[in-house]
Design a binder for this molecule. Structure first.
Ligand code: KG4
Ligand code: ZN
Length: 346
């Protein structure tokens, strides 16, 4: 089955064509970063309007890139949640209308299931069962995965998501939105030990996490520092490095405990923050050291598919549509939608 996937949950319009027999045929992305940068964060109404503007031209472009006519599509998948209501509705309506016009089934896909399955777009897919760290701008969750739709939440951030903490700290340091990647580049030139940061909730058992205190600690250190010129620049790089090291250490240690608790050696990391090189390196060594029978392994999406994209929605949608799942003619979105509520595929 050939499926068009459509992602519009936040500030990226992503479309892709996935064929269950051949894999990913094409994907296109329009990022609204420039549109929102002016305001220091995503403006929901502007996001919705821009999705509406981009959807049809991008759909034409991705079909041309895949070398197929719309008539060859066997289904259309769209992100139904979680996300911004207006942004979700823009994509859902366009996708539902296209499916209706083509007389093919449509399916609303869970955005975080898209992230969770995104490493399956790579040549070597992770084997079940695995532990997945979902780490994005809106979510930080540890999930045990026994199959598609078989998800058990092991732990999550009780306040800010890791990406949100990155973005808020980056904003305070004067970096443009979204600041995660920029903060990480700044951290590369700093000394993490020079500005030590707390390691929230590592002293507690369980797999929940907390990142809002870390952001507050960074802000407090920043405000207390009174120097200019080169000394200030060095301090900012050290602060960025200390902040990044703390987030990475907390995430890595919680992953190590999750693998240990579940007796699993396969670790998956996905979502925007999984693009972070220091996080990937730390998780690689956690996975390598954690297999019950030795030689555990980390699986991640390619860098372009860490952040929001249409390919992961086309993939998740294609697997579910091929199994016979469908959404009715009504267009329902779920801005809040627990992952564990998804139906298993088999
Ligand atoms: O998955 P995503 O595109 O959107 C959500 O579903 O939220 O994740 C975006 C998040 C932002 O917070 C962004 O700052 C963060 O991912 N991010 C990074 C890096 N690249 C993106 N955070 C840290 N290091 C990076 N290299
Ligand atoms: Zn996302």
């Amino acid at each position: 089955m050939i499926v068009l996937g459509c992602e519009t949950s936040c500030d990226e319009t992503g479309l892709a064509v996935y064929a269950t027999a051949r894999g990913l045929l094409a994907d296109v992305l329009h990022s609204q970063v420039d549109l929102h940068a002016l305001y220091g964060g995503v403006v929901p109404e502007l996001a919705s309007r821009d999705h509406v503007r981009r959807l049809v031209p991008l759909a034409r472009q991705v079909l041309a890139g895949a070398g197929i006519d719309a008539g060859e599509l066997g289904g259309v998948a769209y992100t139904a949640g979680p996300g911004l209501a207006g942004a979700l509705m823009s994509g859902a309506l366009a996708a539902r209308a296209l499916a209706w016009a083509l007389d093919v089934p449509a399916l609303g896909v869970h955005h975080m299931e898209g992230h969770l399955l995104s490493p399956m777009l790579e040549p070597e897919a992770p084997p079940f069962p695995f532990v997945c760290l979902l780490v994005s701008g809106g979510h930080t969750q540890l999930v045990r995965v026994d199959g598609i739709g078989r998800y058990r939440l092991l732990g999550q951030s009780i306040d800010d998501a890791a990406g949100e903490a990155f973005d808020k700290t980056a904003k305070m340091l004067g970096l443009p939105y979204p600041g995660g990647a920029a903060l990480s580049r700044l951290a590369a030139g700093g000394d993490a030990a020079a500005v030590p940061m707390p390691r929230p909730m590592l002293d507690r058992s369980g797999l929940d996490m907390s990142f809002s205190g870390l952001k507050t600690a960074a802000i407090t250190r920043f405000r207390a520092f009174d120097a200019h010129g080169e000394e200030r620049e060095r301090f900012i790089a050290d602060l960025a490095a200390g902040f990044e090291a703390a987030i990475v250490e907390v995430l890595a240690e919680k992953c190590r405990r999750a693998l240990d608790q579940e007796g699993v050696g396969t670790l998956v990391v996905a979502g925007g923050v999984s693009a972070n090189a220091r996080l990937r390196a730390a998780l690689e060594s956690v996975a390598a050291g954690s297999a019950p029978s030795g030689g555990g392994r980390l699986y991640c999406p390619r860098l372009a598919f860490c952040t929001d994209n249409g390919a992961m929605i086309a993939l998740a949608g294609a697997l579910r549509l091929e199994a016979g799942m469908r959404t009715g003619l009504d267009v329902t979105i779920r801005p809040r939608w627990p992952l564990a509520e998804l139906a298993p595929l088999d």
